[in-house]
Every structure is written in C-alpha cells, then in structure tokens.
Design a protein around this ligand. Structure first.
Ligand code: GLU
Length: 288
C-alpha cells in the first residue's frame, strides 16, 4: 500500500523551530517513500485558535520548501466526529476540574503514574449533576494496548482502564476532543503513517483503542524527539522561542535552516542543505 502521511499543526500561534523540524520530518517521511502528504489544521479548540496562524503556517512550510497534496481543517469536519461519538459507549460527566482532582486523590492507589487516572466517578448516575453542561467520556476497554514506534524501535503498552481511565471524547462546551478527531481523520484521510512529536507517544494506545472500537486500521507510528532550548526546556509557542516567521522575515535562508535542523538530528550535512539531500539522508538513516 502506498504511503499517506500528514502534518497536523494546531493554528494557535507562530510555529517555532521544533514545530518546523517535526513538519520537515513528516514531509520527508511521506515523500521519501513517494507517498501523499496532507496538511491538517487541528483547530477544534476555538478559544486557542489565532486566525492569522493558518496562513503563517502555510508560509513557513512553503518557505522551507515543503508542499502537500491536500489541506483540511478539523473545524469543517464536525459531522464526522459527531457520527463517531454516537458509535461509542459513552456517559455524561459533569464533574468540575476541582471535583475531578479530589476524586483522583481519593481513589485507591493514588497517586498513579505520570498522569492522573480518571476514577470513573460519573459512571454512577447519582454522581452527575443534570443542571450542569456535560462532557462525554468513553468507557475504555479493560485491556492492554501495545503500540510499536518506528522511530525508536520500542513498543509501549498501556492498560487503559488502570493507567488512563475513561477519557473525554466531547467536552462540555461541545468541542470534540483531540484523540477522537485525530483517529477519525487519520482513518477517513487514509493516513498510513503518523509521524509526530514524542509528546504524543503515551497518547497513542488510547488512539489505537479508539481505532479498534470504531473498526479503523491502525497506522504505523513514528514519534520524533522534541526540540529543547539551550536550558533543556522543551520549546513551546508560549515560551518566547524564536518563531519561524521571525527568522524568515529577518532574512534567514531556508537552505541554512534546513541544514541546521538536519544537524540537530545528528545528520551529517554542510552549511546549506537542499531537500533532495535530506530525502536521501532520510531514506538511508531512518527508513533503511
Ligand atoms: N495537533 C497536534 C499538535 O500540534 C499534533 C497531533 C498529531 O500529529 O496527531 O501537537
């Protein structure tokens, strides 16, 4: 089957170098295999979307030399998510953030692993407040879900019931949750290979469980390292890391930045790099 990959930015601000490196790798991954490449704006969290960020993201990507065959916006695909939610076994949850925190603290065995596990408070209808707006939580299967990661060669397994708990698929303000939308979109868009930041690795088992329940195929996964600043902090849009737009408008050359991004991955390139060189390097160092 031929490869279809995607880059899925959230248009919430200016891209930083870490975003751009992931975008470059996603493009290399699709194109090095002669595959299709998609751009999908993940803009379901309306409060965080910045209208200008769509075009700035496109400009940043084009400037680096990246292209794509089709573009999507999640905000235009709400019927698909609604249909998927209907097919899941969900229940309404009206707990506030504070109530959730208390419930997690009181639940047996707390504190758990790296993230709080939802203890299932709202499974009992007596714990629901019909007068409040309700989120929908998916009753996760009690099974271990394993995912192989192509980038580091590791397989991670998670028991969703004990390590994650029933998670939100539609928020109380009506917005569809990221995990749900991503799973529906990757399947509907025929995505075979997901290359994205390593911060999403531990979210992948819940996405795979959703795929299985909805009858979708599971793509191959590649979770690439996040870029950190000199102090070792992960780059973030909020943290004042230099934006790609600023570098571009400040006269930085794309060929130089491509070389720097490649070097940051430990690849041997000169001071300037074209995309053909990087495609060859990607085939040799990652795909072979
Ligand atoms: N929209 C997510 C982000 O910007 C990426 C989601 C994905 O690639 O699955 O971090």
């Amino acid at each position: 089957m031929s490869t279809t990959g995607r880059y899925a930015p959230s248009p919430t601000g200016a891209m930083h170098l870490g975003n751009l490196r992931t975008a470059l790798l996603a493009w290399l991954h699709s194109r090095a295999q002669g595959g299709r490449h998609l751009l999908r704006f993940e803009d379901l969290d309306a409060g965080r979307v910045r209208e200008w960020a769509y075009q700035t993201t496109r400009d940043d990507l084009h400037w680096l030399g990246l292209d794509w065959d089709e573009e999507f916006r999640q905000s235009e695909r709400l019927e698909l998510y609604a249909a998927a939610v209907k097919r899941l076994d969900t229940y309404p949850c009206t707990c506030t953030r504070r109530e959730l925190q208390e419930a997690v603290q009181q639940s047996v065995g707390a504190p758990h692993g790296p993230e709080p596990v939802y203890p299932g408070t709202c499974q009992d209808p007596r714990n629901r407040h019909p007068e409040r707006p309700a989120a929908l939580r998916w009753r996760v299967p009690d099974e271990s879900v394993c995912v192989h990661d192509g980038w580091n060669g590791q397989t991670i397994c998670q028991n969703l019931r004990s390590e994650v708990g029933d998670f939100v698929v539609q928020r109380s303000d009506g917005a569809y949750a990221y995990h749900l939308a991503v799973v529906v979109d990757d399947a509907e868009m025929g995505v075979t290979d997901v290359l994205r930041g390593a911060d999403l690795l531990t979210a992948t088992p819940r996405q795979v469980a959703l795929q299985r329940t909805l009858g979708y195929p599971t793509p191959l996964y590649w979770h690439v390292p996040l870029m950190s600043d000199y102090g070792g902090q992960r780059l973030a849009k909020r943290s004042g890391a230099p934006s790609v737009r600023d570098l571009r408008q400040g006269g930085k050359e794309a060929a130089t930045l491509r070389a720097e991004l490649a070097q940051s991955l430990g690849w041997q390139v000169g001071e300037r790099a074209d995309l053909d060189t990087l495609l060859t390097l990607y085939r040799e160092s990652v795909l072979s």
